[in-house]
Design a protein around this ligand. Structure first.
Ligand code: NAD
Length: 294
């Protein structure tokens, strides 16, 4: 974990207007969080149905707050007004920072990042919410890699305080400082880390999932392991957490970690994550993972 230099942090211009590319699980969450904390945000996707999903998610979260008496209807309307859904780059010329949250595919991300870079004003910061792709590698698609860094939120965005700000080889200190400032304005706890497979959190989490999968392969009962880890004091056990993360996502990240750290992260034969993946039990997203969801 690195510190962002205090002199850069104090000089970082606040983000007055942001944009998010992709209105999916993460993009919708980022839009909600930014608007809730007062920073207007453009939310771009490639079709209306996706934009509607992102807006519906934000509306659902806001309705919950209203029904619990934590927000009035006027405030809810003003938060929703701060999210501008769009299918084109119309107002991107006045944006200070962009969070790219499209599908986890390096070629799609590179194309989208190069395209949006051409729409932004001088000095705007471009970030990616990628979970597994190297920031230095994504930066090769850009004319100004110094203005680019990782901004890795966790799911669900409105509940998870941590944000990893990832410094690529060419990222400037100004870009890091501005991203840190935006994360703080969103009410999050940013940490600055270097670019490596898994960044920081997944380097801790995936060996843990690996240990869990090996125990299950050795014959242990996954429900018992979950109960034990809850008694240990963790809010949920590894099987349930994998269902929340998504088994397909975990399977992909596992492969990235194995490639990045072959001495530590490879396993012989199939583990529990591989088996669940083959059975298409992707977790909560398709209502069946280690557990069943109605
Ligand atoms: P998702 O599939 O829910 O959403 C992706 C969205 O991107 C879709 O709405 C899709 O229409 C849109 N999209 C595709 N191409 C586009 C383009 N050219 N321009 C604009 N929008 C486009 O995916 P997600 O789970 O929200 O993940 C998004 C990113 O966040 C990925 O990089 C993922 O690795 C990362 N991430 C996901 C999680 C998670 O738990 N889901 C956690 C942290 C980070």
């Amino acid at each position: 974990v690195k510190k962002v230099s205090k002199s850069f942090e104090s000089k970082a211009e606040p983000v007055k207007k942001a944009a998010v590319l992709g209105a999916g699980i993460m993009g919708g969450g980022v839009a909600y969080q930014s608007a809730s904390k007062g920073t207007p945000i453009l939310m771009k996707d490639i079709n209306d149905a996706a934009l509607d999903l992102g807006l519906d998610e934000a509306t659902k979260l806001l309705n919950k707050r209203v029904s619990r008496g934590r927000m009035d209807a006027m405030k809810m309307a003003s938060v929703l007004n701060k999210i501008t859904p769009t299918l084109n780059y119309g107002d991107f010329g006045s944006v200070d920072l962009v969070v790219e949250a499209v599908v986890e595919n390096p070629n799609v991300k590179k194309a989208v990042l190069a395209e949006v870079e051409g729409e932004l004003p001088e000095g705007a910061v471009l970030t990616s919410n990628t979970s597994t792709i190297s920031i230095t590698e994504l930066a090769t698609a850009l004319k100004k890699p110094e203005n680019f860094c990782g901004m890795h939120f966790f799911n669900p965005v409105h509940q998870m305080p941590l944000v990893e700000v990832i410094r690529g080889e060419k990222t400037s200190e100004e870009a890091v400082a501005r991203t840190v400032a935006y994360a703080k304005a969103m009410g999050k706890t940013p940490i600055v880390v270097n670019d490596c497979p898994g960044f920081l959190v997944n380097r801790v989490l995936f060996p843990y999932f690996g240990g869990f999968s090996a125990l299950v392969s050795d014959g242990a009962n996954f429900q018992q392991i979950d109960k034990v880890m809850e008694r240990f004091g963790w809010p949920m056990g590894p099987a349930y957490l994998l269902d929340v993360v998504g088994i397909d996502t975990a399977h992909h990240a596992d492969a990235v970690m194995a490639e990045g750290f072959p001495d530590r992260m490879t396993h012989e034969g199939e583990n529990a994550i591989d088996r669940m993946y083959k059975l298409e039990r992707f977790g909560q997203k398709n209502s069946k993972g280690f557990y069943r969801y109605e």
